[in-house]
Write a protein that binds this ligand. Structure first.
Ligand code: GLU
Length: 270
């Protein structure tokens, strides 16, 4: 039974700008071809939130995956130029699909491909902030990814969980939603413990919480939880609440905005 959560409801009253991050596993199948069902559900829900008056920003992964599909690669490329080539092909495929489906709901989208310096260099940060402000003022839905075709491993953010937390800062969002392939953060590894339970509300990210996620720096915890905890630290420290929900069902987005107790909510440090 999914009850309403009073703390979430209270916070939601002031939410105007939402950043939604969607992972490759939600957007593409293992063979790299697009999961049209998920994309259409996602775009419909985002468009509906936009119609309700929210500013919506989408951080979308899936460029390398979609490029693999188009290039017929059976496994993820290993060399940097091959990954960059796959991203260059895949990013266009993703945007083509978003442009097409968002248009069906009368929405205008704009692509921004960021690099780490856009988040760390003050001048570039300010430029990016101004671009986002102008897009949001014109009711455009920005679609963000890292500029995978040009960045190399040493200088990239590397994962879109962290990237989305930086984006949430850049656009002064009040809420960051990570759509994952898992229902939320569990109190222990659900693959090993059948009685594992979702932690519904996290006041503070303690060492214990980090350990639940598979330990700091590990990307092998419960569904890549370490990068999500990292994102939660960045977001909550900037006064932005973050939620992890399952991307399988795009209606979860609406439920979150209605204050329903699904997923794991990380409370903003206000
Ligand atoms: N930027 C990568 C891509 O579009 C995804 C990074 C991530 O999955 O976190 O393929």
């Amino acid at each position: 039974m999914n009850n309403l959560n009073d703390e979430r409801l209270k916070y939601l009253e002031k939410v105007k700008t939402i950043v939604v991050k969607v992972g490759s596993s939600t957007l593409t199948y293992n063979n790299g071809l697009l999961n049209l069902n998920h994309i259409e559900g996602l775009v419909r829900q985002l468009s509906d939130l936009h119609n309700m008056g929210y500013n919506v920003v989408l951080v979308s992964s899936g460029a390398i995956g979609a490029g693999m599909g188009k290039l017929g690669l059976q496994e993820r490329p290993k060399t940097i130029p091959e990954k960059q080539a796959a991203a260059a092909v895949g990013q266009g495929i993703l945007m083509h699909m978003y442009e097409k489906v968002f248009s069906e709901y009368g929405k205008t989208v704009g692509q921004i491909l960021l690099t780490k310096e856009d988040m760390t260099d003050d001048i570039r940060k300010n430029n990016a902030h101004n671009t986002f402000s102008s897009l949001l003022e014109q009711r455009v839905i920005p679609i963000i990814n890292e500029n995978d075709a040009v960045v190399v491993d040493e200088i990239k953010v590397g994962d879109n969980d962290t990237l989305s937390a930086y984006v949430a800062q850049l656009v002064n969002a009040e809420l960051l939603i990570l759509m994952s392939d898992i229902d939320g953060l569990y109190n222990c590894d659900p693959r090993k413990n059948s009685d594992a339970k979702i932690i519904s509300f996290i006041e503070e990210i303690t060492e214990e919480i980090v350990a639940c996620a598979g330990g700091a720096g590990s990307n092998l915890g419960t569904g890549g939880m370490a990068t999500k905890i990292n994102a939660a630290k960045i977001a909550t420290a900037s006064g932005i609440s973050m939620v992890i929900i399952n991307g399988e069902n795009s209606k979860n987005l609406r439920d979150i905005l209605n204050g329903i107790n699904i997923g794991t909510w990380f409370k903003a440090n206000l």
